[in-house]
Unconditional design. Sequence first.
Length: 113
Amino acid sequence: MEANMNLSFSQILELLKNLPGEQKIKISRELEKETIGSKLTELLTASPISLWRDTLENDFEASIFPKYSEIAQIKKEMYEAGAIYASMTDSGSTVFGVFANAIKHPAWKLFKL
């Protein structure tokens, strides 16, 4: 069964104000995820991968690279090897690169999509 509600933004805010604090936090986090997810999807589908290098960055890189130069070096090596785009995932557990052609590197794992 599909619910069809037509609520204004102010009505939604009023409903949220009346929720207990813990539920407000949970809904806020879910809305944040949804907003970030939709913005990221929009960015990724609206611009070609070749533009990502200059427009899409992981904010953690600025604080991680000075402390762990080997992570910055891996990203640099990926670009030198021909990556169209390279970045850390999330907080740096992985560095990935997007390549037009398969490459071989002894320390890298290749995943084809």
